[in-house]
Write a protein that binds this ligand. Structure first.
Ligand SMILES: C[S@@+](CC[C@H](N)C(=O)[O-])C[C@H]1O[C@@H](n2cnc3c(N)ncnc32)[C@H](O)[C@@H]1O
Length: 336
């Protein structure tokens, strides 16, 4: 994980949660893990494996459901990712007074809404294939249904910040999206890309080769690679930005713990929230790639997802993945 512009991250295991006991589940020590809870044609959906997928732009566009259960998960994941950045909504140094901000693939719009509160003078636009954003939003925030892979209709040189988070599994051609971002970013403005890597790691060898969560992540990697959308490393994000023409590119990679095993209280909370998110997250990430891309039967795919979520609750495994954030600046005309 080291290269010139990638910062290394360290996570220590909480010794109080090491395993002398006969139980190996976080439930026993109090961590509950339940998260239950235009025009007419843009509301077209398909129902598959008990989940609702948006279909107006084609079912293969987005391999993740967009139903209420997924919307709750996205909002929980937002909280996790903001905590991973120590409360920051972005890392690009856009100054105190950005005028126009774009969030592509905005999901529930929660990042766009929060950033609109943070910068009341900015006009914030969130776009998504799916019209799942709330109606009551700050006056400087609006949402549009749009496919980021189609030619953009925004004027060139418009945005001070363009943000894209967790879209890796959805985009077939990044060079084309990056080119649209470059065109529509203001000279001197920034593009920020953030992605959770779909790979499991442990620093203390507690991730066994037959671990069910590790197995789930490997299958997800396999499916996404087969689909031509391999997981994003920090280096891949840096490359995406540099090849598009952005300069001063920086990246950080933060460890996202799966479970409240870290010693550090802040990371412990993140790990607990992540464990909770896995209750529906494994299914949300896994079902469509496993059944549609790997050709698994529904029952088999559901079992892999369920066992992965259960494995995350195992106190004996200290698993994490990486959350990568990279940003780059569009050169001023004078620099070109
Ligand atoms: C995993 S969610 C991430 C949502 C949001 N960025 C966040 O971090 O909370 C991916 C979102 O991207 C949207 N999406 C997928 N492909 C897209 C495309 N080609 N253009 C616009 N949005 C897209 C999906 O509908 C979904 O809401």
């Amino acid at each position: 994980m080291t290269s010139n512009n990638v910062v290394e991250d360290i996570l220590e295991v909480d010794p109080a949660l090491l395993l002398p006991e006969d139980d190996d589940d976080y439930h026993s020590i109090g961590y509950a893990t339940t998260t239950e809870s235009l025009t007419e044609s843009i509301f077209e959906y398909i129902f598959e494996n008990g989940r609702r997928y948006h279909s107006y732009f084609g079912v293969d566009k987005n391999l993740m459901p967009t139903d209420e259960k997924e919307q709750d998960r996205l909002d929980l994941h937002h909280e996790i990712m903001i905590q991973l950045l120590n409360g920051k909504y972005h890392l690009a140094p856009v100054g105190d007074n950005p005028q126009r901000i774009l969030d592509i693939g905005t999901g529930t719009g929660i990042w766009a809404i929060d950033i609109a509160y943070q910068y009341p003078s900015a006009e914030v636009t969130g776009t998504d294939l799916s019209p799942i954003q709330p109606k009551w939003v700050p006056p400087n925030c609006k949402f549009e249904v749009d496919d980021a892979e189609q030619p953009w209709t925004f004027r060139p040189d418009t945005f001070d910040l363009i943000h894209s988070r967790n879209l890796n599994q959805a985009i077939a051609s990044w060079p084309s999206v990056m080119s649209s971002m470059y065109t529509c970013c203001k000279p001197g403005g920034y593009v920020e890309l953030a992605e959770l890597e779909c790979r499991a790691y442990s620093d203390d060898n507690t991730l066994a080769p037959d671990d069910k969560f590790g197995h789930f992540m490997n299958l997800l990697c396999e499916a996404m690679t087969k689909l031509g959308r391999p997981h994003a490393s920090a280096e891949a994000l840096v490359q995406r930005l540099e090849e598009a023409g952005f300069v001063d590119v920086q990246a950080i990679s933060v460890k996202q713990p799966f479970g409240p095993w870290p010693k550090d209280a802040h990371r412990k909370r993140i790990g607990a929230l992540t464990m909770m998110m896995c209750e529906s997250g494994c299914e949300a990430y896994g079902m469509a790639p496993f059944t549609r891309v790997l050709g698994m039967e529904k029952e088999e795919a559901a079992k892999v997802c369920k066992e992965a979520a259960e494995a995350v609750r195992n106190r004996g495994t200290h698993v994490y993945s990486y959350y990568h954030v990279a940003y780059g600046r569009k050169p001023e005309d004078s620099e070109a």
